[in-house]
Design a protein around this ligand. Structure first.
Ligand code: PDD
Length: 281
């Protein structure tokens, strides 16, 4: 069963539990994580919680809870939901206080939802997806998983209205990431992805793909690439927690490689599935 949680209480998902003067609402003053659960076990939970703390520090949130406490909370919520394959959305805001730009002296708000996974469309998994190129209009601290997702939402909606699955963002000529994914290209048997910086989120699936590359002896190079290099790549794929690895076969109407999910993309997807299977045991 899908469930919600806010500040120590489990609630039905549709219950209106958030006061109007919650800083998440009024300022987007908070951070979040999305964690994938396979067979009741959260995938790379430690890495997610470490990133959560890093994001919290990035916006000067006074988080008193330890990673251990968050781990227990997440596992408790998963157990309470009774869901085997689900997603946990974990959010922390600067709390509830009369609207004022300055930080209030109130406790942070911790909320969570646990919901079944919405599986990626089978046709996308098998045939790949289309994307658009879109200007990266976000702020200068994209390594923080901030609640402020308006530029991401607008770019993603534009992609959707053009019949595409994702918008691949560019600053100048260079690819940063997707609206909710990291971007990879394959050229002559080597995998390239944008290096970590303040311009992109350090994706957990990106980390898993790096590990997969090592295990299947494929070279992975963290090096910036331009949209022209992306158009000329043999393969393009994107990664995130909810969709894992998605082959991108068309960008701005141009076919990538031979227009089908590529050999390296599939190899890395299968390796990721093995990590998941190991987790299930
Ligand atoms: N988003 N880049 C951005 C901007 C993202 O929002 C995400 C994930 C990623 C991939 O990170 P990870 O592999 O840790 O999921 C990269 C989540 C899924 C979301 O906002 O729903």
């Amino acid at each position: 069963m899908s469930i919600g949680y806010i500040n120590g209480k489990y609630i039905p998902l549709n219950e209106r539990a958030i006061p109007l003067e919650e800083r998440g609402y009024q300022f987007g003053d908070g951070i979040y994580e999305v964690i994938r659960v396979y067979n009741g076990k959260p995938f790379m939970l430690n890495e997610h919680l470490e990133r959560l703390i890093k994001s919290g520090n990035g916006i000067k949130l006074k988080i008193q809870q330890s990673i251990e406490e968050f781990r227990s909370l997440v596992n408790e919520a998963i157990a309470k939901s009774g869901l085997a394959d689900c997603c946990v959305y974990l959010q922390i805001t600067r709390g509830i206080s009369a609207r004022n730009h300055l930080f209030p002296d109130v406790p942070i708000s911790i909320s969570m939802t646990v919901k079944p996974v919405v599986p990626l469309q089978k046709s996308i998994r098998e045939k790949g997806a289309a994307a658009i190129i879109h200007e990266d209009e976000r702020w200068a601290n994209c390594y923080i998983k901030s609640l402020n997702l308006l530029p991401n939402v607008l770019a993603r909606q534009t992609a959707f209205e053009k019949g595409c699955f994702e918008a691949i963002l560019v600053r100048g000529a260079m690819v940063t990431e997707g609206t909710s994914s990291n971007v990879f290209i394959v050229k002559q048997g080597k995998v390239y992805t944008t290096p970590l910086s303040r311009n992109i989120l350090a994706g957990i699936t990106r980390m898993a793909v790096k590990k997969s590359c090592k295990e299947v002896s494929v070279e992975i190079i963290e090096q910036a690439f331009s949209k022209e290099e992306l158009f000329q790549a043999d393969e393009v794929f994107i990664t995130n927690t909810t969709s894992e690895i998605v082959p991108i076969v068309k960008v701005d109407g141009q076919i990538i490689g031979n227009g089908l999910p590529g050999e390296y993309t599939l190899k890395l997807y299968h390796k990721l599935q093995q990590f998941v299977a190991d987790l299930k045991e």
